[in-house]
Design a protein around this ligand. Structure first.
Ligand code: PEP
Ligand code: MG
Length: 756
């Protein structure tokens, strides 16, 4: 007999019981009879969780007087062990197992063999189904599989009959799992508490027994087709990023998606009488159990990919396609995902989103920049989140240490709350610096500005007392929109931002899309899919060709800044002619407006970003044309080191304070000495204290940074003597120390500066 037919014959009989009008207890009594008979077992019992204990609810073969009397704690005896570990046991001699506990009231002494499987609901054991036998023999594999399938169906019966309280299911969580500390990489500092929510929600299968097996087979077939199509298309999507590790993941996905063994096993499970959803879940359970016995990290990783894919298949089959953002956040949330695009993050309710944990991620990935701007701590590089965290688990995120605590104990929570309060105090201390002008002890005025991109970000100007907005990423409006934003909408946003900024300058960067900022509505032909989008058709390169897009934006900016100063900056300028062309687009629009007697900006300052290294060789040509130059260290570093900024494998590899970068940045200062163009930094680097110290040492006095860093940087500036760090930096650049970071840190210590 195959496992499918064994399970099928039981399920057919169970189906009638479940559909009957009997009350729940009577149904359970019949269920144990059916299973016992079918598996030729003298005993079949069902234990269910009640008030935190496993209670014998129904039995065939044990003393009936033990029903509702015998109770075991989670972890106690064989039944308790199965529930605790959510694992199957199959023993020839029950009494020989170290966890065996004899319960005289049951009269079980005559039975030798024992097999038990957990009854699982929402990934937690809510009961145990077990069979016992007089002969001391292990149960066959097909019998165990049949039991497992039946246990799935029982969970439906149990939940429909409300035999187990949801409270018990949640309570079981606390009992069954202990705190765990996950270590990752700090991407955005800060502390956060909340409940775990997966960006791609896990589907909880509610209907287990199929009405029409053929129809279920069709549903799975169609879902597989859809999933394969998705995987084939996925390469370019933000959820997966590009290159490096993502490619590997995608390859693994492909391998599983087209794996015939997987499809076959799901079909067999459908044959046994399960619905498509239950069959997928059933196969997954079985794989999980097998994998648990193999201790191989590589396989564990693969398993994780398969879990992801199985969940995707479940979502397709059940038609539940939305992300957690579509469903809405209900309480303070820590969001978990493999990776996210910036637009995906922006879909979440800011008031409830407290922290993010990613399996991938890097410091300069745009999703991380967005989170930083939102003041949301992010930890990256924690693998196998699904295996470690469950939906609804309590989480403490320590973005400073790069750790997250799952299911913290009360004392952990108390300690965290105390730190939280302290950090809020520190924040309040920084807030007090808001009216302090950042001037070094030797009188150098450092302009500390903020990077922004959303309308709400302007509030940070007043909260931090920053000198202005040194980088307004206009593409964020494009990223959060469902379609290309109309000119009027753009104008409105820019005008609001200028108004909020008042006298303080705002530097608008023209759209920088492409790379990891893909616009779903800006269609790119499949034939044009880029291997290397960060170095591809993005930013100004794209804007100059899609002239319509740039013209509209130019017009919107010019109109919004009527009567004021307009600062425009072009991203990814690689050669001076690109700057000329971009400027010409603006000038053409300006003339047009002038001819139409429209009010114009009082002054227009055109600037460029230096983020492509080639431009550094052309500064003598470019600088005379510019009002300002802003260095985008995020992109610049990736191009200097030929290291993809969104590739997590390279996330920690190159240091911003490496001599190569510092020398490069110094060269730009030197090239500008005869030109006196206003120079600034607008990459994430400037918002980190140790890096900012180095930058001031190189002669940079304008930093545009993430708002949360304004206070800490102001504090540093005010305690610093600029000429001292400049002299030290000169020496280090001439003779680079082996570890520049350690050298800088030591210098800071000696000068009593906090750079962490
Ligand atoms: C940069 O590249 O450093 C930069 C500021 O631009 P973005 O991060 O938006 O690419
Ligand atoms: Mg850039």
């Amino acid at each position: 007999m195959t496992a499918a037919s064994a399970a099928r014959s039981i399920l057919t009989r169970l189906h009638d019981v479940m559909a009957s009008r009997l009350h729940a207890q009577a149904k359970l009594n019949q269920v144990v009879e059916i299973i016992g008979e079918s598996l030729d077992s003298e005993v079949c019992s069902i234990y269910l969780l009640r008030e935190g204990m496993l209670e014998l609810f129904a039995t065939r073969g044990l003393n009936q007087s033990a029903v509702h009397v015998t109770r075991m704690a989670i972890g106690e005896g064989l039944t308790g062990t199965i529930a605790e570990r959510v694992e199957t046991l199959n023993l020839a001699e029950a009494a020989a197992h170290p966890d065996f506990q004899y319960r005289p009231e049951t009269g079980e002494e005559k039975f030798h063999s024992f097999a038990g499987v957990p009854i699982v609901r929402r990934e937690r054991a809510v009961g145990v189904l077990c069979v016992q036998h007089v002969d001391p023999r292990r149960y066959e594999e097909v019998e165990i599989e049949a039991l497992q399938t039946v246990a799935m169906v029982l969970s439906e019966l149990i939940s429909n009959a409300e035999l187990v309280d949801d409270e018990d299911v949640l309570g079981a969580n606390a009992d069954q799992t202990s705190p765990e500390i996950l270590k990752g990489l700090t991407l955005v500092k800060g502390l956060a508490m909340g409940t775990a929510v997966f960006h791609q929600p896990r589907i909880h299968v509610e209907h287990m027994v199929a009405e029409d097996t053929e129809a279920e087979r069709q549903r799975v077939l169609t879902a597989f087709d859809k999933m394969r199509e998705q995987i084939d298309r996925m390469a370019g999507q933000a959820e997966f990023g590009k290159g490096g590790e993502h490619e590997e993941v995608l390859q693994t996905y492909k391998m599983f998606a087209y794996d015939e063994g997987w499809t076959r096993r799901i079909n067999e499970a459908i044959d046994s009488g399960l619905t498509a959803e239950a069959a997928i879940e059933r196969v997954q359970q079985r794989t999980r159990m097998r994998m648990r016995q193999i201790d191989d990290p590589l396989l564990a990783d693969r398993m994780h990919d398969l879990e992801d894919l199985a969940n995707r298949l479940l979502r397709i089959v059940s038609g539940q396609l939305g992300t957690a953002a579509t469903l809405g956040l209900r309480s303070d949330t820590i969001l978990l995902a493999r990776n996210l695009g910036p637009a995906e993050l922006l879909e979440y309710d800011k008031r409830r989103l407290k922290g993010v944990i990613l399996e991938e991620g890097s410091l300069t990935a745009h999703v991380v920049i967005v989170a930083r701007a939102m003041g949301v701590p992010v930890i990256g590089r924690i693998r196998s989140l699904r295996a470690l965290v469950r939906d609804g688990d309590q989480l403490l995120v320590d973005g400073d240490a790069g750790t997250a605590t799952v299911r913290p104990s009360q004392s952990m929570q108390d300690a965290f709350e105390a730190r939280f309060a302290k950090s809020k105090e520190r924040q309040a201390g920084y807030a007090k610096l808001k009216d302090v002008r950042p001037v070094t002890r030797d009188g150098v005025r450092v302009h500390v500005m903020i990077n922004a991109g959303l309308r709400d970000d302007t509030a940070m100007l007043n909260l931090t007392g920053a000198d202005g907005i040194g980088l307004f990423r206009t593409e964020f409006q494009f990223l959060v929109a469902a379609a290309l934003p109309q000119r009027e909408r753009q104008t409105r946003l820019y005008r609001d931002v200028l108004e909020a900024a008042g006298d303080r300058p705002v530097v608008f960067r023209t759209v920088d899309v492409g790379g990891d900022k893909a616009l779903p509505y800006l269609r790119v032909d499949a034939a044009d899919q880029e291997e290397n989008p960060a170095m591809g058709w993005r930013a100004l390169r794209l804007a100059l060709e899609r002239e319509g897009l740039m013209k509209v934006q130019a017009r919107a900016l010019l109109e919004a800044a009527a009567g004021r100063t307009l600062n425009v900056m072009f991203p990814m300028v690689s050669e001076p002619w690109e700057f000329d062309e971009a400027r010409a687009v603006f000038e053409e629009q300006r003339l047009l407006l002038k001819n139409n007697r429209k009010m114009l900006p009082e002054t227009i300052n055109y600037g460029a970003m230096l983020e492509v290294p080639s431009l550094a060789e052309m500064l003598d040509v470019l600088l005379p044309k510019l009002a300002f130059l802003s260095i985008g260290t995020n992109d610049l570093t990736q191009f200097l080191f030929a290291a993809d900024r969104s590739n997590p494998k390279l996330a920690e590899r190159y240091d911003w304070v490496s001599p190569a970068i510092l020398r490069f940045l110094r060269r730009i200062v030197v090239s500008n000495q005869d030109h006196g163009v206003s120079l600034g930094i607008c990459g994430e680097m400037g918002g980190r204290r140790l890096e900012a110290l180095a930058l001031i040492g190189l002669g940079y006095n304008r930093l545009s940074i993430t708002p949360a860093a304004v206070g800490p940087i102001k504090e540093l500036v005010c305690k610093l003597d600029a000429s001292e760090i400049r002299t030290a930096m000169e020496g280090w650049l001439a003779n680079p120390p082996a570890d520049m970071r350690a050298t800088l840190r030591q210098w800071a210590q000696e000068h009593e500066l906090d750079v962490d």
